[in-house]
Design a protein around this ligand. Structure first.
Ligand code: C2E
Ligand code: MG
Ligand code: MG
Ligand code: MG
Length: 287
């Protein structure tokens, strides 16, 4: 088997055999080359203020255009990049690239960048963030770092200290995919997040009374702690209505837009401002 044979061994297989191990080995080799060949790109998905329906931020989402396979989604290559440590190089590229792009956006539009637990486990993240800000000229308050609960799972005091130092730079810290971890509430005690992004599994089920109650409770938490509450994965007008009813401050999802090429970011901001045919209901809260 490819795994026993070791990392540097090629493995030949029939199409029908479905060997995940050799598939991963091949992808891993490609990934190393891809970093060198700069086959990566950032797409940007708008994050919209629920009440005013204006764009507040864009989340940078990585895309890999493989020369043969075409676009490979991050759910496939990010875990591999984390296992191999390549995420450290990829992640700092993403920080530099996102800050560079966002520096040309008008007003106080923010950019949100996902940061992996592996990047926190290695020294140097603060320097990368500082360098990305100074190289681009982007004001620190326009950069938001999205971390998942896995970053805090290590229980390392050093991670929390690092988060505080990053915020001392002026950068905002968001907790991504909230509610999917093993002890979601305990993570909120470890660090006072600027933003909580409710995982899309809750948004999908928002029509369910219990789920709606949980979302409402998270909104209550946000009001007490000053955190902005964002609903992820809003796909339908009903879901939008639901998350507005429960008081979410911001929304993100296919209902508004898929992640966009960088060149389309400004178009979207203008289009949304012009769009007059908005849903007829009124959202309760805003930030
Ligand atoms: P995430 O940070 O939670 O990003 C949101 C994901 O949900 C994105 O998937 C986005 O395209 C998708 N999404 C947005 N709206 C909707 C919707 O209405 N319905 C559904 N079903 N999905 C929606 P994507 O781009 O495939 O990224 C997946 C994950 O990969 C991200 O989840 C993030 O954890 C990771 N990722 C992406 N880019 C980076 C990066 O630069 N660095 C790191 N460390 N991770 C990244
Ligand atoms: Mg994210
Ligand atoms: Mg998320
Ligand atoms: Mg996610």
């Amino acid at each position: 088997r490819a795994k026993k044979a070791g990392r540097n061994t090629f493995c030949f297989y029939d199409d029908g055999m479905g060997s995940d191990v050799s598939e991963r080995t091949l992808l891993e080799l490609d990934l190393r080359d891809a970093v060198m060949r700069s086959e990566f790109l950032l797409h940007y998905q708008p994050i919209v203020d629920a009440a005013s329906r204006t764009v507040r931020a864009f989340e940078a989402l990585m895309r890999w255009t493989h020369p043969v396979r075409g676009t490979i989604p991050p759910t496939e290559f990010i875990p591999l990049a984390e296992e191999t440590g390549l995420i450290v190089a990829l992640g700092s590229w993403a920080l530099h690239e996102a800050c560079r792009e966002a520096a040309s956006w008008p007003g106080d539009l923010r950019v949100a960048v996902n940061v992996s637990a592996v990047q926190f486990a290695r020294p140097g993240l603060e320097k990368v963030v500082g360098d990305a800000l100074s190289a681009s000229g982007l004001p620190a308050h326009r950069l938001e770092l999205e971390i998942t609960e896995s970053v805090l799972m290590s229980d390392a005091e050093s991670v929390v200290a690092c988060l505080h130092r990053l915020r001392d730079l002026g950068v905002r810290i968001a907790l991504d995919d909230f509610g999917t971890g093993y002890s979601s509430l305990s993570y909120l005690r470890r660090f006072p997040f600027d933003k909580i992004k409710i995982d899309r599994s809750f948004i999908r089920d928002i029509s369910d009374g219990n789920t709606a109650a949980i979302v409402r409770a998270i909104v209550g938490l946000g009001e007490r702690t000053g955190a902005t509450i964002t609903a992820e994965g809003v796909e339908t007008a009903e879901q939008f209505e639901g998350v507005c009813r429960e008081g979410c401050n911001q929304v993100q999802g296919y209902l508004f837009s898929e992640p966009l090429r960088a060149s389309r970011v400004m178009n979207f901001v203008e289009e949304l401002a012009l769009r007059s045919s908005t849903p007829s209901f009124v959202c309760a809260r805003s930030t």
